[in-house]
Design a protein around this ligand. Structure first.
Ligand code: AMP
Length: 395
């Protein structure tokens, strides 16, 4: 237990914890949801007892309650040897994971304008952890950092350059922790080293992004200044014509309303009018609900177009990799997406696709497919735990 690593993932209204031992086994995981609301709740995974939280509980209160519960159940008997935090936005300041100190907290705070819902709660998580475990080194692992290898041609928008210089307007990319895991895990499964492996990684969960990875490094990705750009997502629109804003303002729709609609009422939910959940959408489509079938169709077509776009950054491709709740589980989405890409030579093995690559270490392509296609479960917590341990032991 002495060498355990605690991973803290503070979302805008949630908090997730994962505790790993020195052999990277997950000892426990726990989460709190609906934080800052009247019906906040928390629990330890695999444990039926809910943990009492005061109404409107903050991230700090939730962290204290969860750590107390882990200790009471003997799941955490000592202070962890290190703590790793997922931090959403590292701007251009943080190109890799760092040990937390006061100047790092200030740096995360300076990036908060780019992620106002996330960076402040990430700092709250760091400060609360520091109070609970004052002698334990803490490490910040950034969702944007992996994409700091993008070249200007990939990260600059075609805007007046003062927008970048004065206001840091550029593409940052997100889901970097998951794409980094894919780069390493795909290389391992293909019997190669990450530094010689080039893949396209499609992270398809409630949020979705795709990343071109050349010789282990991110060279292009679909999310931009914010996690709104790119693919169709659960409730986010992904790409729209920026002319939409001016047009909708002439229809009396405020900027605030457009922002809300594009982030929370669009994507699969907006098109189907029913749900952002891909499982439910598939059921509805199977029962003849046409808007749900259309939502899946648009989701897959946009994804296929982006797979093609990511090719522009690569000189060879070792694999296309699917991950995230949808990417790992929906054979239908994978099949439909690749049905648009026959021209590029992707060929799916129907049986392996149905079994999510379970037979063959993730492979779902046929022997004559021009490129391997893999299904790999993501494990962002493990990446954060590894970074926390690596940096903490370097002190
Ligand atoms: P995540 O954000 O990675 O947890 O992914 C959430 C998404 O994965 C939701 O749209 C779920 O409906 C989808 N998902 C999870 N399991 C399945 C499944 N068996 N088939 C299709 N979609 C799934």
């Amino acid at each position: 237990m002495k060498q355990s690593v605690l991973v803290v993932n503070c979302g805008s209204s949630s908090l997730k914890l994962a505790l790993f031992d020195e052999n990277e086994n997950e000892l426990a995981s726990a989460k709190a949801e609906r934080l800052n609301e009247t019906d906040a709740f928390a629990g330890i995974d695999g444990d039926n007892l809910t943990i009492a939280l005061p109404a409107g509980a903050s991230h700090r209160q939730a962290l204290q309650a969860l750590v107390t519960a882990l200790r009471e159940r003997q799941l955490m008997t000592d202070a962890p040897a290190s703590v790793g935090h997922r931090v959403v936005h590292g701007g251009e300041t943080f190109r890799e994971a760092v040990l937390v100190n006061n100047s790092v907290i200030k740096g995360i705070n300076r990036c908060a304008g780019l992620a106002p819902l996330h960076n402040p709660v990430n700092i709250a998580g760091i400060e609360a952890t520091g109070e609970l475990f004052p002698d334990t080194p803490q490490v910040a692992v950034f969702d944007t950092a992996y994409h700091q290898t993008l070249a200007p041609r990939a990260y600059l928008y075609a805007l007046p350059e003062a927008y970048y210089r004065d206001w840091s307007v550029r593409r940052y990319g997100f889901h970097g922790i998951s794409h980094f895991f894919m780069a390493n895990e795909a290389a391992r499964r293909l019997g190669k080293t990450p530094a010689t492996t080039s893949i396209i990684s499609a992270h398809l969960g409630n949020g979705c992004s795709i990343c071109a990875i050349k010789d282990g490094l991110s060279v292009d990705t679909s999310m931009g200044l914010t996690p709104l750009e790119g693919l169709v997502m659960g409730t986010r629109s992904g790409d729209v014509d920026p002319g939409l804003f001016e047009y909708l303002s002439t229809q009396g729709v405020s900027l605030k309303e457009v922002h809300k609609v594009l982030n929370h009422e669009s994507g699969l939910l907006g098109i189907s009018g029913q749900t952002n959940d891909m499982r439910t959408l598939c059921d509805l489509a199977d029962h003849g609900h046409e808007p749900s079938a259309l939502a899946i169709e648009i989701f897959c077509f946009r994804l296929a177009k982006y797979v093609g776009a990511m090719m522009a950054s690569l000189s060879h491709l070792d694999a296309l990799v699917f991950t995230g709740g949808i990417g790992e589980n929906s054979s239908r989405v994978r099949k439909k997406t690749l049905s648009h890409l026959g021209l590029l030579g992707f060929n799916l093995d129907t049986d392996m696709n149905e079994h999510h690559g379970g037979y063959t270490d993730g492979r779902i392509d046929t022997a004559d497919s021009r490129f391997p296609v893999l299904v790999i479960p993501t494990n962002e917590e493990l990446v954060i735990a590894r970074e926390a341990r690596r940096l903490a032991t370097s002190i």
